[in-house]
Design a protein around this ligand. Sequence first.
Ligand code: OSB
Ligand code: MG
Length: 369
Amino acid sequence: MKIEKITLHHLSMPLVAPFETSFGRATHRECIIVEVQSGGLTGWGECPADADPGYSYETVGTALHILREFIQPLVAGRELADPAAYRDIVSHIRGHPMAKSGLEMALWDLQGKREGRSLKRMLGGARETVAVGVSVGLQSDPAALVDTVAGYTAGGYRRVKLKIKPGRDVGDVRAVRAAFPDLKLQVDANSAYVLDGGADPRNAEALMPLDDLGLLLIEQPLAENDLWDHHKLQQRFETPICLDESIASPRDARQALEMEACRVINIKQSRVGGLVNAVEIHDHCRDRGVPVWCGGMLETGIGRAANLALACLENFTLPGDISATDRYYERDITFERFSLNPDSTIDVPDRPGLGVEVDREALKACTVG
Ligand code: OSB
Ligand code: MG
């Protein structure tokens, strides 16, 4: 496909409710939507880098810089065989996986539209629906958290992830566990703890009681660049440790497993530089018998469609952080809105490419640059 034109849309979208994690509180979600024209077709991609470098060093600012100054000149006007060829062309750009993934997604959408194949089929997925859960942000106190979780379980979510941070961990999780003894429950610390921290309030020792609360997994307790301490922490826990931020490439995934730094991997196609890498990580984990699940970055309908297609692959055996549109946005930028089925699944688009149509008016309404 010949890449004729690339347009970058910088969006800021109001969330239906503030989302608080160990790294901050957000009322809006910023991202970059990538639009690519080729042969009379339009492909769409999403780079979910946020406004601040709280989750990752990438921000909308860095991603715009990398896309405009380095990626765009490499691919504009160029003939590209497929998304794998694109990955090779941008591989010499160090880091910046989210910036790279935004354009890659648009190429998958284009290729699917050209070939009349859905992303799900291009990736080799067979499912029609995907099991999902909901990621619940920090609330004002444990009682408010129990109320919020009750709202989601009443709405049909059968797996809940709780965000934790130092001082707001075991107490919060105990309260939810007491109220929902059988709920599939997991936690995510977003790197807020340290190993063997002595009197440091971030000492991961405080998390030990979580091991008795029947959690599916404990996500990213320690720093992103710290596989070794995750290995040491995993040895103390029966509950599987799952890595999110630490896995930025297929090599990171291989090394984390060889090192026994985790027993589960959260795959986010954006964090690992795109779907080509995401599938490689999936295949490697499958071959080693390590379960994976699809993480989320509060994506719009564009990124959500890609996440659903990816989560159709066979080794995505744990519910994903892919919730219904109404958990995130009142007005999304796709005409399609994703809804939760009574069995806590979401239907996977099966039309060509991502299988969603962009609502240009909605896109314009939240464009800030
Ligand atoms: O750590 O998984 C995370 C959202 C933004 C950045 C990082 C994370 C998250 C979530 C929400 O947990 C996942 C979602 O519902 O999209
Ligand atoms: Mg996470």
